[in-house]
Design a protein around this ligand. Structure first.
Ligand code: KIV
Ligand code: ZN
Length: 389
């Protein structure tokens, strides 16, 4: 089967950094950028240079220090923003200017207080200006999914005409659904003149928990760039999670003939590094990188995994860089899992001995929920002492 390549645009250092508690200083951003490079992302959006001196310096350092991926700088559709973005990113091996301007009536009327006609002209002129600096220009009609579809298509056509090389369709407020988003992307692809001169990108927020599903739907409808973040961090409920998109495409490539350049064995490390740098932990049940993503507690599941991992694991922990899958010992665990852990700790017991240990173990698990190795060692030791007495 021929696989179509999907470009992975990581915005952990820009949209991700905008989430509460996730701000990073320059050395931290550089450390993250180096890991994103190892991870194989195609584009690193390093920041919003006009926002602060710190952001400007961070974009500049990433642009100068990270040479393989494209480095993008964000700008509003104004002369000052675009010039500032270019100053920050111009030393990159492969620089990109990313311009955004809202296009929904809600944003035009209440936030920007301009007409559709004025927005269209501003979008066209800003892309023209950016192209005078840089060959690689991305344009985002902010709040695209709440924008009148005919007007959205007109804006996309105008910016491609002005030289945009990527048109990004953001679901800024996480409002769309997979079927609706499919229709938006297909309409753009089928009706916009010149669309074959640009890459269609998507940028989904997770307010309804649909960011990854919407992103996948968009890829199936023709998008070839996805914007996402490590651990799904980002404004409000976050962005589409990079690790979930990458693994969904890899695990289900039987039904989705797409590939990315992501080195999936670096995913866990990227997630851990981000947690360490920001101090914001991922929820234990987070897909792919959460503490419980490869943990099995129920006795039936543990028994199945011990016999053959394929029973309850659709990917190996190693494929995403998690060192070992863990059998969590708790009140739902069975004798089989307990026996295995005892063996891993260096003890071999007869059925009768194991029964006695199991009794103590379930009593403790009722009390403390998760029985760690050090608890088990203490149960075993007292059981052995009692037997010897
Ligand atoms: O969510 C959004 O619309 C954005 C744009 C700047 C792409 O982050
Ligand atoms: Zn966003």
């Amino acid at each position: 089967m021929a696989y179509s390549r999907v470009i992975v645009f990581d915005t952990t250092l820009r949209d991700g950094e905008q989430s509460p508690g996730c701000s990073m200083n320059l050395p931290e951003k550089l450390q993250m950028a180096r890991q994103l490079d190892r991870l194989g992302v195609d584009v690193i959006e390093a920041g919003f240079p006009i926002a602060s001196e710190g952001d400007f310096e961070a974009v500049q350092s990433v642009a100068e220090g990270i040479r393989r991926p494209i480095v993008a700088a964000l700008a509003r559709a104004t002369r000052d923003d675009i010039k500032c973005a270019w100053e920050a990113v111009k030393k990159a091996a492969r620089p990109r200017i990313h311009i955004f301007l809202a296009t929904s009536d809600i944003h035009l009327d209440y936030k920007l207080k301009i007409t559709r006609e004025e927005a269209l002209n501003q979008a066209r002129e800003s892309v023209g200006l950016a192209r005078s600096f840089c060959d690689d220009v991305e344009f985002s009609p902010e709040d695209a999914t709440r924008t009148d579809l005919d007007f959205l298509c007109a804006v996309v056509e105008a910016v491609i005409d002005a030289g945009a090389t990527t048109v990004n369709i953001p679901d800024t407020v996480g409002y769309t659904t997979p079927r609706e988003f499919t229709r938006i992307i297909e309409t753009i692809q089928q009706t916009v003149r010149g669309i074959d001169r640009a890459t269609i990108s998507v940028h989904c927020h997770n307010d309804l928990g649909l960011a990854v599903a919407n992103t996948i739907a968009a890829i199936e409808a023709g998008a070839r760039q996805v914007e996402c973040t490590i651990n799904g961090i980002g404004e409000r409920a976050g962005n589409a999670s990079l690790e979930e998109i990458a693994m969904a495409l890899r695990v289900r490539n039987d039904v989705m003939p797409f590939e990315t350049g992501i080195v999936t064995s670096e995913l866990y490390h990227a997630s851990q590094l981000l947690t360490e740098v920001t101090g914001v932990a991922v929820q234990p049940n987070k897909a792919i990188v959460g503490r419980n993503a490869f943990a099995h507690e129920a006795g039936i599941h543990q028994d199945g995994v011990i016999k053959n991992r394929l029973t309850y694991e659709i990917m190996t922990p190693q494929s995403v860089g998690v060192p070992e899958s863990t059998l969590v010992l708790g009140k739902h665990s069975g004798r089989h899992a307990l026996g295995l852990r005892c063996e891993q700790l260096g003890y071999q017991f007869s059925r009768r001995e194991l029964d006695r240990i199991y009794k103590r173990f379930t009593a403790l698990a009722d009390e403390i929920k998760v029985v760690e190795d050090h608890h088990l060692t203490s149960i075993i030791t007292s059981e052995l002492e009692e037997a010897a007495a």
